[in-house]
Write a protein that binds this ligand. Sequence first.
Ligand SMILES: [Zn+2]
Ligand SMILES: [Zn+2]
Length: 300
Amino acid sequence: MSRRVVGREPDAASSGRGAGARNASADFTVRFWGVRGTVPCPGSATMRYGGNTACVEMRCGGQQLIFDAGSGLRQLGREMAASGEPAHAHLFFTHTHMDHVIGLPFFRPAYDRRNHFQFWSGNLSGQGRRLEEVLEQLMQTPFFPVPLDIMRASIAFHDFTPGERIEPGDGVIVLTAALNHPGGAVAYRVEFGGRSACYVTDTEHVPGKPDSSVLDLIHDADLVIYDATYTDEEFERFRSWGHSTWQEGVRLCEQARARRLVAFHHDPEHDDEALDRIAAELEHRLPGSQVAREGVMIVL
Ligand SMILES: [Zn+2]
Ligand SMILES: [Zn+2]
């Protein structure tokens, strides 16, 4: 099977309409709305790769899957609202640290009663918490002026256990695995039409001991989006902070025979020039790989 990975600017991207000869019902696309970790970092030094925090959209035929609700979610919401079409989407949280939820209160489609969402979380149930309750705490005074239940869309909340398999519909399969992160986090593998893309962020590796559950999850995958907050050189200074390196991503992909890596969750201290240097080294180490950049869409 031939596979191609291309980057496109969002304005040139097709969401299935006007896609020419392409069969929209079989399209599998991955689009980056926010690629940073920790905190949004707009500014001239981060303009090219983008300053918004984690938000990735996958379209599998007619299914819309959103991963994390970082500040990048706001822009995705603007585009969804502008389409005028009612939304039926799944929103998967890796976990609820601030950089992964801060966009939710500003996600315009959540306030439209025509829309339907399924929210999924896997790291809270083991701590006796529920996603809905945690998001209620996010949206309450004095942190935010209006409560969660002001959202008029229909929202179903699901708390699952890492390792569970989720079937959103239309033949899409989502596999899950626990990650090594303070408070826990969950990795996802999406399979559709014989292709696969993994979203593995907010995890700390142990040098020399590849994480076996990540290796299992990403085995033979076409694309792996991975926590590349640090470089190997920086990593020692940040042990126990819960993050990994692009070099560990390469090692995992090589061992699991995954084809392409996307370095993701960039440290706010990594400006565009630092990311250019990583991109060049990454392309050399694992050809076809790339550093995540806001606005880029990958077609699997
Ligand atoms: Zn994070
Ligand atoms: Zn985190």
